[in-house]
Design a protein around this ligand. Sequence first.
Ligand code: SAM
Length: 404
Amino acid sequence: MSFKGRIDGVGKADSGVLRKNGRDFSVEHLFDSDFSRKMDEKLRYCYENFDKIVADSLDVPKTALAEMPRNIKFLSRLLTYARNELRLDYMNDNRNLSAYAMYFQWWNIFRLGPLFARLDDSFFAPLEKNPVIFDGGSGPLTVPIALFFARPDLRKKPLTFYCVDRSRSVLALGESLLLSIQAKSGITADWKIVRVCDDFFTVKLRQQAGMVFCANALTEREHKQNPVGSLLENAVQDCSVFVVEPGTPVSSKLLVKMRDVFAGRGFFPHWPCPTCKKCPKQIVTHQKWCHFTLDVEKNAPEGLRKISVAAGLQKEKASVSFLAMSKVRPREDDTLLSVRVFSDVLRLSQGQCGRYGCSSAGLILLMGKEVPNLQNGDLLTFSAADCKNLPRDEKSGALILSLS
Ligand SMILES: C[S@@+](CC[C@H](N)C(=O)[O-])C[C@H]1O[C@@H](n2cnc3c(N)ncnc32)[C@H](O)[C@@H]1O
């Protein structure tokens, strides 16, 4: 069995805590859950009152605001279990548009911001030569807005965003939201937004992008096209790509497949994978799915939690599945073993707790008293010498790594 630990190309390091309890390991969190607390006060106000920015931009009358929870619930049904009823142009309907921005977009910014804040600077390196971003299925510009909130370093760069969506009105709303946030916060970005009303699978842009983003747009309905080929069509050879979807089994399966296709085109998994090897087979075959969760109670803006309760859609956790691929091979060290935790706590027999993680040695079942103290998404790094001859869990086939 060969071990490898990632020594770079993962998220920006934060808490390199070495636990001296049982087996030693260091921990690095996936999400920067403090990302909004680091914002300038006026900008934080915009993030925490995003519904007000939307209501102002769309000039939503008070009577329509009272109906918003019902509209949100209606749209949620269409976007989840009644997808066959979802019309292609659903974003052109005003009720859907405001419900999407006030609820879904806000949740998406809440999920993306803490990830974008943590993304390693090297992932953005292709923008130095090609300062162009292609955002497929941009909707109300969720990706540029989340980048604006989370990446002060990018605000100073003269970037061009090609925001592609089949709905003209949703793109117009997005640009007005971005401008409104800049006006209200007094913080500006040196960005040019190009709105492109087209199919992002077939669009031909005037410029090739250094970075490609696609957020929550691939599992909206079944696609026959190869998403990887289409996403790379408008990008330079050495681009970086960030694909993110809601953390569901369907989206995890799609991302695992896309990871292989990207690898076939010379891309390496930059994040969140702790290894460049193939995704452990058990993730796909044993009904486990690669997803990461953020604690809503601790981290979500109060207004977002309130509107969710009013719509009858309150949640304890917000989940996400994602893949950041780049052409730069991450450096690895075979004296280390890195494990990315991707499941919540499991209650096992004899009062034991476990969590699944992923590594260069395949699926790992972390066990022990320390397990509940970890966060979903944590990257644990062990000395490979401490991880020899691990037993296997019969049910899942995972190697068992006990922490204490
Ligand atoms: C669920 S929304 C996601 C919007 C935004 N990226 C976000 O994360 O909030 C999906 C968006 O993708 C657009 N969309 C889906 N498939 C598309 C396609 N093939 N071409 C262009 N737009 C598409 C829809 O119109 C919609 O605005």
